[in-house]
Design a protein around this ligand. Structure first.
Ligand SMILES: Nc1ncnc2c1ncn2[C@@H]1O[C@H](COP(=O)(O)OP(=O)(O)OP(=O)(O)O)[C@@H](O)[C@H]1O
Ligand SMILES: [Mg+2]
Length: 296
């Protein structure tokens, strides 16, 4: 009898927390908005962003991945999904925002930016506000919003990066990529000295190379820019990444036991652990402001 009472109590408590979770008021939950960016192109942003998203989902988080690459957006290629509609269709009022949210593996929510983010520069203030408001409601249903941005420092890319709560600068250890990563950190920190920037050292040969490269970059940022850039960690060079790209499957799922997959899971834990709190809730205000300014 007491066993049964205990079971009932447990059921009631489970139900309560489920209801609490489901009735999270829209627009009030503060998702963490994390931009994944780089100086040099082709250093592994998209692969990292996609697999990081899946790593976070495996930790029980709800993740929305926004492909904010304005040039060669390819989150969908890495995931093997084929989104017909993107934000451009929403900006042109041909589709509703919820119609362009695709489901990837493990329930990952995916929005393709397409031409939409450029088209936002041509819409009126009211439309911009309505669009960004919609995006905000959608984001409020997720724990994380990850932004996969294009490489480089175009003003639209910078708008997304600067509006985010946290910025992950991906680089590899090659001098060209390191120089460009440093330049990116410089530009971001000039615009916002309080920006929360962390480094992801990708495609390293071994721990020693990773440590050396991370030290070099973080020391240079501190010494010459006065900016404290922490490292989120490193991901080894791993042939399974390329193999997975060819299969159009994320390596975390296709090759879960390989060094790259294990490293990304660890980085997801690093991001999600520690002082993992809510985001600032200011991303969308800042984004609206930046886009307004771009048009001015
Ligand atoms: N850890 C890794 N080990 C081995 N190869 C990798 C690794 N990370 C990325 N690559 C290779 O680099 C290629 C480019 O990666 P990805 O498309 O993610 O880069 P990107 O920074 O998003 O590029 P872009 O600037 O064009 O958006 C991948 O197709 C893969 O072959
Ligand atoms: Mg990319």
């Amino acid at each position: 009898m007491s066993d049964q009472a205990q079971r009932l109590r447990q059921m009631a408590s489970n139900l309560k927390s489920e209801i609490k979770q489901k009735s999270r008021p829209l627009g009030q939950h503060r998702s963490r908005v994390v931009a994944v960016t780089s100086g040099k192109g082709g250093v592994g942003k998209t692969n990292f962003a996609v697999n990081l998203a899946l790593g976070l989902i495996q930790r029980g988080r709800d993740v929305l991945l926004l492909d904010a690459d304005l040039g060669l957006a390819n989150v969908d290629v890495v995931l093997g999904t084929n989104p017909t509609y993107h934000l451009g269709h929403v900006v042109r009022s041909e589709k509703r925002l919820q119609d362009v949210v695709y489901r990837g593996p493990l329930g990952l929510k995916l929005i393709a930016g397409g031409s939409g983010l450029n088209e936002l520069l041509d819409v009126g203030d009211m439309e911009l506000k309505r669009f960004i408001g919609g995006l905000e409601v959608l984001a409020s249903q997720s724990d994380y919003v990850l932004l996969d941005t294009g490489a480089g420092l175009s003003r639209q890319v910078m708008s997304f990066v600067l509006a985010a709560d946290e910025i992950l600068v991906v680089t590899n250890a090659e001098p060209t990529a390191m120089t460009d990563a440093y330049a990116t950190i410089k530009v971001i920190s000039r615009q916002n000295p309080a920006a929360n920037i962390r480094l992801v050292m990708n495609a390293v040969e071994d721990d020693q190379e990773a440590e050396l490269a991370i030290n070099r970059l973080t020391m240079a940022a501190l010494r010459f820019l006065g900016v404290n850039v922490e490292s989120l960690g490193s991901v080894p060079y791993d042939g399974s990444v390329t193999r997975a790209v060819k299969k159009q499957q994320p390596f975390l799922l296709a090759y879960p036991g390989t060094p790259a997959a294990r490293a990304v899971k660890e980085l997801a834990a690093n991001l999600d652990g520690g002082d993992a709190g809510a985001g600032s809730g200011l991303f969308f205000d800042r984004l609206a402001k930046f886009f307004s300014n771009l048009r001015a």
